[in-house]
Design a protein around this ligand. Sequence first.
Ligand code: ATP
Length: 307
Amino acid sequence: MPPIISVANLSKTYGTGFKALKNVNLDIQRGEIFALLGPNGAGKTTLISIICGIANLSEGKVTVGGHDINQDYRAARSLIGLVPQELHTDAFETVWATTSFSRGLFGKPKNPAHIEKVLKDLSLWDKRDSKIVTLSGGMKRRVMIAKALSHQPQVLFLDEPTAGVDVELRKGMWEVVRELKAGGVTIILTTHYIEEAEEMADRVGVINKGEIVLVEDKANLMQKLGRKRLTLHLQGQIDAIPAALAPYRLELCDGGRELIYDYDTKGERTGITSLLSDLRASGIRFFDLDTTQSSLEDIFVSLVRAQ
Ligand code: ATP
């Protein structure tokens, strides 16, 4: 199936001459949750704003559902729902009125049944007649999502959906996002929280200084993360790894004073117990050991530092 969003050779230079995006290429598949990670100022909001038609691109091409965002702006935009970072709603409107009004902005005919479904899905139905000013922060955020879903978009952008939100609300938001996905909506979220990407995303993209530096399936990333490294600091020095230890694929480092064993924490057996007894049988003694695990955070930090 063709991607729902296709970004090709996209660059953005602001009026100040600052190049915020540099030759970005990215395809978003229908039905996925894609998490875009990046430090402050990396270009996340700029990228989203261009796809949503709020900012102009300088070079390249972007299509949404096959529609070019420049030549076929209305068709492209009607497929998108955007929940921006800042919460801005009409404080004195009711939840029902503001959500219905948003649908009208897209020139769609009234559809109370759809608005009712959206409000129920977001647990806002009981609050439909409440003025927004009376709602909690978490509810206001859900109203923003309801507005973005009012015109039945196929893609939903969530720009930092849980910034400044407490842990409980964050988990509630994740639940909402999962349900939206189950309902067939493609979701692109930007986040500073690595944990959020780990929890939610089917794929993860990392952007830094206007460049996409990694796009990968979360499952692949997690497999990498599921690996741990055991380092044994030997009492003496050895020249070679005994043949009996070959199955462990050990690595000899630090001039023969360290043995390294990589293992899978998710497997049924780590192999550590048998390794230690086989080491003993081979007459290798160690005086200390440590284990390390790479996390998405490590990968993220090293990618961002490397640039
Ligand atoms: P954050 O996580 O802080 O929201 P971001 O990844 O969304 O950051 P952007 O808001 O896209 O980053 O900004 C990318 C870069 O472009 C920043 O250096 C920013 O200062 C610059 N920038 C953004 N908007 C403009 C503008 N209108 N004119 C000039 N430079 C801008």
